[in-house]
Design a protein around this ligand. Structure first.
Ligand code: CTP
Length: 697
């Protein structure tokens, strides 16, 4: 996510400056270029040498290089950066940044910055709580800077409270989330309706409602921040137009809002209907101000068109529609009715019964309801609520993108030709779209990635299957699944394929959300799903290569082993930590450390010399296979607890029964002895074969 990104890291004079060294290291590890800019007082806490060593670049502190007299250009830095982080940010620097006091290199760089700025304050609890600090933070947030709130804990003063700089890992995560978020709706066009409508009674009076437009404008801001083009159709409000690609169309009445929305919708990927549209308008609008008569008065009303329902009818495949329901009673019931009646993809319910929710407030408390379920959120700022809504919408749009692209779009002739199936029947009541998206994401990950430096033609790709059965899934994205992974290769000159590797991994745990990228860096594993997939991808390639020549797969098997080693810290996902012989790590361990040397030789001999020869001469081929079984027996004798010999006879059992079906009784008996010794559970089928009369001697 941060690979290739240019980051300016501003460091100020706080005891937390030592954490900046960790921050630099983490950013560099993520593949970012880091330019450190220090305030003079920060040098009292950490040396420029440490930071220049870690970042691989000279640190900037002064306006001029004192040796060469060269100007350090803060303007160029402002253009170069993809993001700026100020961490730690002292109260003094916050004040200077908020007030534009550019008396050092850091603040001038900040003022020249074109990229988003992240600020991680660090100070004593009283300084942090002081109204002037809070005011400065508010000002800075108002300018669009991202404040990374400090944590609570023990401070340098030995007091305990809020003021500890956020941990470097979390600062990096905030940056990653930001860059991920920025592309969530890239290339999408979103229509948003916002605010109230005014229905005229006469030239000076109207029927309206209390809607302030805040929620709709927060949604427009969030969609634009996520990379969408936004068409914002707004009733009369006093909100500033959000920055970014927002086309604002101001309307007054429901009829005008209807016309603008209906016109814009066909070109949009989604619409969020947030406006509080008047359901009725006066049947006539007096052209002159209505005079007081002292009598009672009746205004006849006629219904407005339901914009949401009309767009719901017009919605084509691939478009998504989101509605709001503001209810005073029976919230969920009413919202569900609207969801169905207006053909919405989901509806956001806010209840006037909730404190801090609804019109004019800066906060809102919502429940997102769709056909699959209900997600309740706590009271949050309207911008944060907008984030939740946009995250939900982007999942739907992303799912769609992956689902509508045919699989061929992803096939680019790399090493693996993986067929992936994900069986979710054990999980009841979950959103099945998640499983489809995951299945496609895994297929794409395995097939699109270039796993070796070799060139593979399309027909040379290794056929393999990854069959998942999901045991547990929770909507926070955590999965527990089993996986049967199998690699096959064609037998020379025949239409027959032989299994080269097969293994059942009983419990894989990982988290996945439909908008997660399947990012994989084998030197820096941070995701159990991609680590497991890469592990098996390399095993399949390695074992396949082993069948092509003696020790041919070493390079790829080594890679698999190093992933297993590096994955030790990825939670309790059963890498080496599980010492049972069924541990996915142990299959490769014995094989690679030489304990199963006969098995390695057998791989080549069995698949290439044995099966390929069998195609031309059954007896000669079988002779080679018998020699292979002797090698297998040797491997078993050397290491009875090793998993691979058992694995081998298990996945080859049917093939072996077939191979010996025409052999002499003696050959069958010899094979039976070896195979059933390794795996006694296979005895019945072999006894049956041995007892059959030999057809060919
Ligand atoms: N809506 C709309 N056009 C209308 C009325 C409502 O687009 N003429 C949209 C709102 O923007 C909201 C959703 O429909 O997304 C539900 O609005 P709401 O006023 O709660 O629903 P109504 O259908 O008007 O039902 P009621 O007023 O009876 O609760």
């Amino acid at each position: 996510m941060l690979k290739g990104k240019n980051i300016v890291l501003g460091i100020t004079g706080s005891i937390a400056a030592y954490k900046a060294a960790i921050l630099v290291r983490l950013l560099v590890k993520e593949g970012a270029q880091v330019q450190v800019v220090m305030t003079p007082s920060s040098k009292e806490f950490i040396t420029p040498l440490t930071l220049s060593t870690l970042s691989g670049r000279p640190v900037l502190c002064d306006f001029f290089n004192s040796n060469s007299g060269e100007w350090n250009s803060h303007v160029e830095l402002g253009l170069w950066a993809d993001a700026m982080i100020v961490a730690p940010a002292t109260a003094s620097t916050l004040g200077k940044m908020a007030g534009g006091i550019a008396d050092n290199m850091l603040v001038t760089t900040y003022l020249s910055m074109k990229a988003p700025v992240f600020i991680a304050p660090a100070m004593d609890l009283d300084m942090f709580a002081h109204p002037s600090t809070q005011h400065n933070l508010e000002v800075l947030a108002g300018y669009g800077n991202h404040i990374i709130e400090p944590g609570t804990g023990e401070l340098a003063s030995h007091l305990s409270g809020k003021g500890r700089m956020e941990e470097p890992e979390n600062i990096v995560q905030a940056l990653k989330d930001f860059f991920l978020g920025k592309s969530l709706l890239k290339g999408k066009k979103v229509l948003i309706t916002a605010g109230p409508t005014y229905e005229k009674i006469d030239p000076v009076r109207f029927i309206g409602n209390y809607s302030s437009g805040k929620m709709g404008f927060a949604l427009a801001a969030e969609c634009a921040a996520c990379g969408a083009d936004v068409v914002l159709v707004s009733g009369p409000v006093s909100q500033p137009t959000p920055s970014g690609a927002v086309e604002r169309i101001d309307v007054e009445s429901a009829a005008q809002m209807h016309d603008a929305a209906v016109k814009a919708f066909p070109a949009c990927d989604a619409a969020i209907l947030c406006a509080a549209v008047a359901d009725y308008r006066p049947a006539t609008c007096a052209d002159k101000k209505i005079k007081r008569t002292g009598e009672g008065m009746v205004i006849e009303l006629e219904p407005n068109k339901d914009i949401a329902a009309e767009l719901g009818k017009a919605k084509r495949d691939g478009q998504r529609l989101v509605g709001f329901a503001l209810e005073t009673n029976d919230g969920e019931l009413n919202a569900r009715e609207k969801l169905a009646k207006k053909n919405l993809d989901f509806i956001v319910l806010n209840s006037l019964a909730d404190k801090g929710a609804g019109f004019a407030h800066d906060t809102n408390k919502v429940t997102i309801i769709d056909k699959e379920g209900v997600a309740e959120y706590p009271l949050k700022s309207k911008r944060d609520v907008a984030r939740d809504i946009v995250a939900h919408l982007s999942k739907l749009l992303l799912a769609l993108l992956i689902l509508v692209l045919p699989l061929d779009t992803f096939a680019v002739g790399e090493e693996l030709n993986a067929k992936v199936s994900l069986n979710s029947s054990k999980v009841q009541g979950a959103n099945t779209e998640v499983f489809k998206v995951l299945e496609e994401a895994i297929t794409q990950f395995l097939n699109d990635r270039k796993w070796t430096a070799n060139t593979y033609e399309d027909y040379e790709r290794i056929d393999c299957n990854f069959n998942f059965v999901v045991d547990q899934y929770s909507p926070d994205g955590s999965f527990t699944t089993s996986l049967i992974v199998q690699g096959t290769r064609p037998v020379y000159g025949s239409n027959y394929s032989t299994t080269v590797f097969k293994y059942e991994d009983k419990a894989i745990t990982f988290t996945y959300q439909p908008y997660d990228r399947m990012e994989f860096n084998e030197d820096n594993l941070d995701n159990n799903l991609t680590a497991v997939l890469a592990y098996y991808a390399y095993l399949i390639i390695g074992f396949d290569m082993d069948t092509m020549g003696d020790l041919g797969g070493n390079e790829w098997l080594n890679k698999a082993q190093s992933i297993a080693n590096n994955a030790q810290t990825l939670g309790d996902a059963g890498w080496r930590a599980m010492s049972s012989e069924n541990n996915r790590y142990s299959i490769i361990d014995d094989y690679m450390n030489g304990a199963l040397e006969p098995v390695r030789k057998l791989m080549y001999k069995y698949h290439r010399l044995g099966l390929d020869t069998m195609y031309k001469n059954v007896t000669a081929g079988r002779k080679v296979i018998t020699e292979c079984l002797t090698m297998l027996n040797k491997a078993y004798e050397d290491r009875a607890m090793a998993y691979f010999p058992r694995l081998f006879v298990e996945y080859k059992n049917d093939e072996l029964l077939n191979i010996y079906s025409n052999s002499s009784t003696k050959e069958r008996q010899d094979a039976e002895k070896i195979i059933t010794r390794i795996d006694p559970s296979l005895s019945a089928k072999w006894e049956e074969l041995v007892s059959k009369p030999a057809e060919q001697l």
